[in-house]
Design a protein around this ligand. Structure first.
Ligand SMILES: Nc1ncnc2c1ncn2[C@@H]1O[C@H](COP(=O)(O)OS(=O)(=O)O)[C@@H](OP(=O)(O)O)[C@H]1O
Length: 268
């Protein structure tokens, strides 16, 4: 762990707890207004999932009501294994909303082929933890450091279940990074209704039955019975495995330590 990876706190734990009590019953828009007004170094980290695009639209409307041009800048981690539809949406959505987009990729690879040459074929099958570290965790940490990120808006919601069921509006991670979850209390249908009503651009794969969209090799449409059912929203991810998170929202220092120890032992 290097000291430069630990952020100076913006608020004490007691203040964060107090803000959480105040924000718990607020609308996503009010949570976003609060975040924009009260957090330094604020970015939106998004894979352009339905929740993230809804939040982007809300931020754009807040900027309009305040007659401000600048939106919260976006961070997209291009794992090199996304669907073409997701990559296209990252371009069209950021351009439509005039939002500054910072795209980060794994170190030393620009394409899936280059990634395979450098780190091994189908690394997600042979060493999933190292894959997660290389494609998401390390690029995100690099983005946070290079851009001076101190707080991020995420698209996680309680209704997505598993580890997310007990989310708080504000969380402070092990680095001191503040994570804001503005749509925390919305279900899938509420998000979709908002997106439809406000004509928010969304991933066309949703119209083919997909719900939660990550890498091509670990994403499938959920069972049709789970469609529009909150519990099933993320059931198309990592099918047949107990895994429910990609590492981005897991303890950073633990992920990094495991990866570095493995690398030192020649990947064993
Ligand atoms: N590749 C990438 N780049 C930037 N940010 C990302 C990425 N993957 C996940 N996220 C952030 O995590 C939110 C939840 O994503 P998912 O439900 O797809 O789960 S997972 O993180 O992939 O496990 C997701 O919400 P959305 O904004 O709705 O995409 C983001 O805030």
């Amino acid at each position: 762990m290097t000291n430069s990876e630990i952020l100076t706190p913006q608020y004490t734990p007691e203040e964060i707890e107090k803000f959480n009590l105040e924000l718990e019953n607020k609308s996503p828009q009010d949570i976003l207004r609060w975040a924009i007004d009260n957090l330094d170094g604020l970015y939106q980290t998004t894979a352009f999932g339905l929740t993230g695009t809804a939040a982007l639209d809300m931020i754009s409307k807040i900027s309009q009501e305040r007659e401000e041009i600048h939106l919260v800048p976006l961070i997209f981690i291009d794992t090199l294994h996304h669907f073409p539809e997701t990559l296209q949406l990252s371009q069209t959505a950021s351009e439509n909303y005039l939002a500054e987009l910072h795209t980060y990729k794994p170190q030393g690879a620009d394409t899936a082929e280059e990634f395979a040459v450098r780190y091994g074929e189908k690394l997600w099958e042979t060493d999933e933890a190292s894959y997660d570290y290389l494609v998401k965790v390390e690029p995100a940490a690099r983005a946070y450091q290079e851009l001076g990120v101190r707080a991020v808006i995420t698209g996680r919601r309680r209704s997505q279940g598993s580890d997310r069921a007990n989310l708080k509006v504000l969380e402070v991670d092990e680095r001191g990074l503040i994570k804001v979850n503005p749509l925390i209390s919305w279900g899938y249908k509420e998000v979709k209704d908002y997106v439809d009503k406000e004509n928010v651009p969304y991933n066309p794969l949703l119209d083919q039955g997909y719900r939660s969209i990550g890498d091509v090799h670990s994403t499938a449409p959920p069972d049709p019975n789970a469609i529009n059912n909150d519990a099933g929203e993320r059931s198309g991810r990592w099918q047949g495995k107990s895994k429910t998170e990609c590492g981005l929202h897991t303890n950073y220092f633990e992920m990094k330590k495991k990866f570095e120890e493995k690398a030192k032992n020649g990947g064993q």
